[in-house]
Design a protein around this ligand. Structure first.
Ligand SMILES: Cc1cc2nc3c(=O)[nH]c(=O)nc-3n(C[C@H](O)[C@H](O)[C@H](O)COP(=O)(O)O)c2cc1C
Length: 203
């Protein structure tokens, strides 16, 4: 057992406990694009990871997640479509647009994750909170099977042409673009976590 900062300590939970396995997984997941460039990530596996997302808490069961998976030339199409949206929105300089055109080719798979809006303001916010909770499930699942993953935020979060390409609604918001590939064994520096004091109120 370790404490909140990863320091070993003794406790009621044994080293081979489900908690310890889970804590290890949570701590060893890294944001990484160190991938085998020519090894595909099968859509069936991505479908499985998308299923995991739906096991995150979701108040009122609104199922706000939206997914679109890009492989092969689809990744180039995603980049070109994003650039068309950038031009329409008068966003970014020539250098940024050039980079966007090819950036999705960096890993064999790219998963776009969207969030559906909700007419009720509270549920709208709760949808936005449920989607990242689901993404974390996916990232942990990806780590467990040996995939490297990298969560990024797109320059435009409601790019109309990209939303259409993804099959999402025009009011949906892109919460993350997740790069996926089989980890190639290179290690990524682990960003340190600061101490996390908690307020404890007992009476
Ligand atoms: C909502 C969200 C958006 C992110 N967007 C980016 C991004 O655009 N570019 C990037 O380099 N990292 C991005 N990251 C990854 C973080 O930089 C990364 O999680 C952080 O550096 C800690 O590294 P770790 O995930 O390996 O612990 C994003 C993470 C989250 C949660």
């Amino acid at each position: 057992m370790t404490d909140a900062f990863g320091t070993p300590e003794t406790g009621p939970v044994g080293d081979d406990s489900p908690y310890e396995s889970f804590a290890h997984l949570a701590r060893t997941r890294r944001t990484s694009m160190f991938v085998e460039p020519d090894r595909d990530v099968a859509p069936e596996l991505v479908q499985e990871l998308c299923g995991l997302a739906q096991w995150a808490p979701n108040h009122k069961k609104t199922w706000p997640w939206r997914f679109a998976y890009f492989t092969g030339d689809g990744r180039r199409r995603l980049g070109e479509t994003m650039v068309a949206d950038m031009v329409d929105a008068d966003f970014g300089d020539e250098g940024k647009r050039l980079k966007t055109r090819t950036k999705y080719l960096r890993t064999p798979g790219v998963l776009v994750v969207g969030c559906e809006p909700h007419p009720n303001e509270m549920l709208h916010h709760e949808n936005r909170e449920a989607v990242p909770a689901g993404i974390q499930n996916q990232l942990l699942g990806a780590t467990a099977v040996g995939l490297a993953s990298f969560w990024s935020t797109p320059a435009l979060t409601r790019p109309p042409r990209v939303l259409d390409l993804c099959g999402f609604g025009r009011e949906d918001r892109i919460v993350g673009i997740i790069y996926l590939g089989w980890a190639d064994g290179r290690t990524v520096e682990t960003p340190e976590r600061p101490p996390m004091p908690i307020t404890l109120v007992t009476a």
